[in-house]
Design a protein. Structure first.
Lengths: 356, 260
């Protein structure tokens, strides 16, 4: 891919043949420990088309980051990965490391949670972005690369790029550093950008700026975006589709409006109910009882049943099927029969929980 | 500051000994075994050579050797430690066991054994010292690399598609040098001491080279002519102290928490 243009390449739009840009099927990641495998991701399946924003939501330790990292070949040494990850028609699982390396940073990029520790403290910002460029364009001249670094810094709205280019990360504020990370990530016109909690370490106003910028870039460059986060607010405002992950599996997936208007999985309902509400400030904030299951001690049946207020006998024994309701998927025995969801039931649930 | 000044003086002595030395270090300048006096500020030795001049010229042998030894040890040790820390696995473990074995010998004994098997001479003494010294840096470097390797910017570099060599040389090693640098500065003094020790027992410099350890060894046989050993002894003392001061200063500079 030519690295010359950022702003006017890759017109976004649905892929003509309907093949998604990325399709993860039944991805499993486990850690081998004491002659057994502890499952961390237990059959993750998501799809993403060109130019789409997919939000992946889950609690800490639910396997959301791990699953995405593993699909890019970035798992820990003792991790066991199986399943299928197809990117632009090519299978990524089991590909040679060298090929994965040339794919990472050029067609698939990542940005990480903490922009301070994600930048090399002893390299100037300009050198780091230049490195990202030169890694995938061996023939690019130094001068050309510098020119392009300036262009990229402008693209991510860093003022005075010609001065900033020679500064070190510690001379940048948190938001500016995340902009630098983004500039590095989009340096080679990737088609897919995986943002792992991109705004968690930033304060709220900066969060909004960064998210707006990511969306702008997505529009300009036509990239698809995977937004890994535990912040439902970010997802509600910026994602097209949302996948909710619990204990290493997608428990519910839907268009963002549909998900918030009509959640069909009790876990999703719990997550939405635990968002603080401005109108109901006197009530105790709802929280889902219990904690996510430990890696080696998954409950039988539905992984969520010990924390679920709708749990029946069947939930304790049989793991739930994935129920498809149009483009809405939910893995719950009662996905279709759960009571309808509106603000009153939301309050009711939160009341029942906080007093019970 | 003081350390820098002392070392600077010795550096000048190393580079331009004839500027400072009043006499030729190898020719017989006067009557033998004279006590310090106005002509011979530190007296003369058993052959009548000027001790002060010999001490000043001695810097020419001790300082470059120490520098060479420490630099070689740093290069070899850091490379081994970096590979061990970054790759881990069997290679890493093998390197570290070799380090453990080397460090389990008292340094002076091992250096003596190596120097003795290679034969006397400053060059062989230097080789022996490198053999003794590299494991120290291997350990230091490995610990550093192990820590820096897990930092997020390294993961970010992997995610950007960088290869192992680039990650190690550009994203890990530049963050690992501080303790190595401090330790190396302090070790310069120790290396001078070890070189002198080897010469003292006859495994280093051969006569008539004005090497400090060899000079002290000469002085030891003329016990009542204390000045023969006094000159080179003071030289070793001041140089070692000087390098230690610089090392301390560097540590305070790089890590302000360690100073009060």
């Amino acid at each position: 891919m030519s690295a010359a243009d950022i702003a006017n390449s890759n017109p976004s739009g649905p892929n003509p043949d309907g093949e998604p840009l990325l399709r993860i099927r039944d991805l499993k990641v486990g850690f081998s420990a004491q002659n057994r495998v502890l499952p961390a991701v237990r059959g993750l399946s998501v799809e993403l088309s060109k130019g789409e924003v997919l939000g992946i939501v889950g609690e800490s330790g639910s396997g959301k980051s791990l699953g995405m990292l593993a699909s890019l070949g970035l798992q820990a040494r003792n991790a066991v990965v199986s399943g299928s990850v197809v990117f632009k028609g090519q299978e990524l699982i089991g590909r040679p490391r060298r090929e994965m390396r040339s794919l990472r940073g050029s067609e698939i990029s990542m940005i990480f949670q903490d922009p301070l520790s994600s930048l090399n403290p002893v390299m100037t910002v300009g050198d780091q972005i230049r490195e990202a460029l030169l890694l995938h364009n061996k023939n690019m001249s130094k001068a050309k690369a510098t020119e392009r670094v300036l262009e990229l810094l402008q693209l991510v709205a860093i003022p005075q790029p010609d001065r900033r280019i020679n500064q070190y990360p510690h001379e940048f504020s948190g938001g500016m550093r995340q902009r630098v990370m983004i500039a590095m990530a989009v340096a080679n016109n990737p088609e897919l950008l995986v943002a792992d909690e991109p705004t968690t370490a930033l304060d709220v106003t900066v969060q909004a700026q960064i998210m707006t910028m990511l969306r702008d870039l997505k529009e300009k460059m036509g990239l698809a975006l995977i937004l890994i986060t535990h912040d439902l607010g970010v997802v509600a405002g910026h994602a097209d589709r949302v996948a909710v992950i619990y204990a290493g599996q997608v428990v519910e997936e839907a268009e963002v409006r549909e998900l918030f208007a009509n959640p069909r999985h009790p876990y999703t309902r719990g997550l939405i109910a635990s968002i603080p509400k401005l109108t109901a400030s006197k009530e105790k904030l709802y929280s889902i009882p219990g904690a996510p299951p430990m890696l080696g001690a998954l409950p039988e049946g539905c992984a969520f049943h010990p924390r679920c207020s709708f749990a029946q006998d069947v939930c304790r024994k049989v793991s739930p099927p994935t129920v498809e309701l149009g483009r809405h998927r939910a893995s719950c025995h009662f996905a279709e029969s759960l009571p309808s969801w509106d603000d009153t039931s939301r309050t009711a649930q939160s009341k029942e929980r906080s007093h019970g | 500051m003081v350390g820098g000044l002392v070392v600077l003086i010795w550096l000048i002595a190393t580079l331009f000994p004839t500027w400072l030395a009043p006499h030729d270090p190898l020719t017989i300048a006067g009557r033998r075994l004279q006590a310090p006096n106005a002509t011979y500020l530190l007296g003369t030795d058993a052959l009548g050579r000027d001790v002060l001049s010999r001490t000043i010229h001695g810097a020419q042998h001790s300082l470059p050797i120490a520098l060479l030894v420490v630099v070689s040890a740093v290069v070899i040790g850091s490379a081994a430690g970096a590979i061990s820390g970054y790759k881990g696995g069997i290679i890493g473990a093998a390197i570290m066991r070799l380090v453990d074995i080397t460090l389990s010998f008292p340094p002076i004994l091992l250096a003596m054994a190596v120097a003795a098997s290679l034969g006397p001479g400053l060059r062989n003494a230097a080789i022996a010292m490198v053999v003794v010294w590299w494991p120290v840096y291997a350990r230091l470097m490995r610990a550093q690399v192990l820590e820096v390797r897990e930092r997020e910017h390294v993961e970010a570099a992997v995610a950007a598609g960088a290869g192992h060599f680039r990650i190690l040389t550009k994203h890990i090693l530049p963050l690992c040098w501080t303790p190595i640098l401090i330790s190396a500065t302090m070790d310069l003094g120790q290396a001078i001491l070890l070189a002198a020790s080897l010469s003292f027992i006859g495994l280093g410099a051969t006569p008539p080279t004005p090497e400090w350890g060899a000079m002290i060894s000469d002085g030891a046989t003329f016990f009542y002519s204390w000045w023969i050993a006094f000159g080179p002894g003071m030289a070793i003392l001041t140089v070692v102290l000087g390098f230690n001061f610089i090392g301390d200063g560097l540590r305070d500079y790089f890590d302000p928490r360690s100073s009060k």
